[in-house]
Design a protein around this ligand. Structure first.
Ligand SMILES: Cc1ncc(COP(=O)(O)O)c(C=O)c1O
Length: 311
């Protein structure tokens, strides 16, 4: 393939069968590798959509500063888009995220404002709102409320899945802003009624970078809970273990939320007799090397205790 710009390389990610990780022969599992995007995560899709919509609608002027709260991936993606289009980017990020994120943000020229790590992404959102109030001339795309976040998935992620696997029966993705699940889920349900949409979520207080527990109090406005058919809670130790297994057994080098998603898909597979289950792996493993998860033996403490399903 030949591209005019790196921005044209966003999306069209590969779908790879990983049925060797399925507990049942009738349930086929597939991984959509969002780590193949230019900055290595699914967030390139929404960064491009949010910025290009703001440009079209005249809400973003040439050279205007962009400010965004993020656990890392959205900031890195915005930093790329901002750099190529001439907007300075500042991100508010918890100080507990992996050092690779800081380096990548700096590589793409973003400025980082740290929020207290123990307050997680909710702390970043609160601090970004304060900073935005002090700088009304800055533009905050705000992925948690921006309808272009689910739209990016409605118009790109879902059609790609339908083209590559028309027989899809289930879609499993991590729940962060809820943009991936809402946008992809809505379109899949329109085009293939009966498709089930399942969220992989962490325990309240447990950290899987990029994911959030709805029990922690903030329900992002972009999340349309009516699109979800189920939610499977996966603990972080299990996410680490399955992320490592994914690399060892399939050769896929994904980030930790990918381990949570595959584990959720395995739990789902235990409950159905047959199906074609798409697991969206939001990023690659590169940003998590400093966690040493591929070289450490993580015992699973109490596996998936709060496992919750409601269909
Ligand atoms: C690594 C990772 N996984 C999963 C997600 C969840 O995606 P979404 O925000 O679309 O719910 C995010 C984003 O927040 C992420 O950074």
């Amino acid at each position: 393939m030949r591209y005019r710009s790196v921005l044209d390389m966003v999306g069209n990610t590969p779908l790879v069968e990983i049925s060797e990780l399925s507990p049942k022969p009738g349930v086929r599992l597939y991984a959509k590798l969002e780590g193949q995007n230019p900055t290595g995560s699914v967030k390139d899709r929404i960064a491009k959509f949010m910025i290009e919509a703001a440009e079209r609608e005249g809400r973003l002027q040439p050279g205007q500063t962009i400010l965004e709260p993020t656990s890392g991936n959205t900031g890195i993606a915005l930093a790329l888009v901002g750099r190529l289009k001439g907007y300075p980017v500042k991100v508010v990020m918890p100080d507990a995220v992996s050092p690779e994120r800081t380096e990548l943000l700096q590589a793409f020229g973003a400025e980082i404002i740290y929020s207290p790590g123990d307050l997680g992404t909710n702390g970043s959102v609160a601090l970004a709102r304060e900073v935005a109030a002090q700088h009304p001339d800055w533009f905050m795309p705000f992925q948690y409320e921006n309808p272009q976040n689910p739209s990016a998935h409605y118009y790109t992620t879902a059609p790609e899945i339908l083209a590559d696997l028309p027989e899809v029966t289930h879609f499993v993705a991590g729940l962060g802003t809820g943009g991936t699940l809402t946008g992809t889920g809505r379109r899949l349900k329109e085009e293939r009624p009966g498709v089930r949409i399942i969220a992989a979520a962490p325990h309240p207080g447990d950290q899987v970078q990029g994911l959030r527990s709805l029990e922690e109090g903030y329900i992002p406005p972009v999340l349309d809970e009516s699109v979800l058919d189920g939610r499977i809670v996966v603990d972080s130790a299990t996410s680490f273990r399955v992320t490592r297994e994914l690399t060892q057994r399939t050769g896929i080098f994904a980030g930790i939320s990918g381990g949570a998603v595959v584990r959720a898909a395995q739990r789902l597979a235990e409950r159905i007799e047959e199906g074609h289950v798409v697991c969206l792996l939001a990023d690659g493993g590169w940003k998590y090397l400093s966690s040493h998860l591929w070289t450490t033996d993580y015992a699973t403490i109490e596996e998936d205790v709060a496992d919750k399903l409601w269909w």
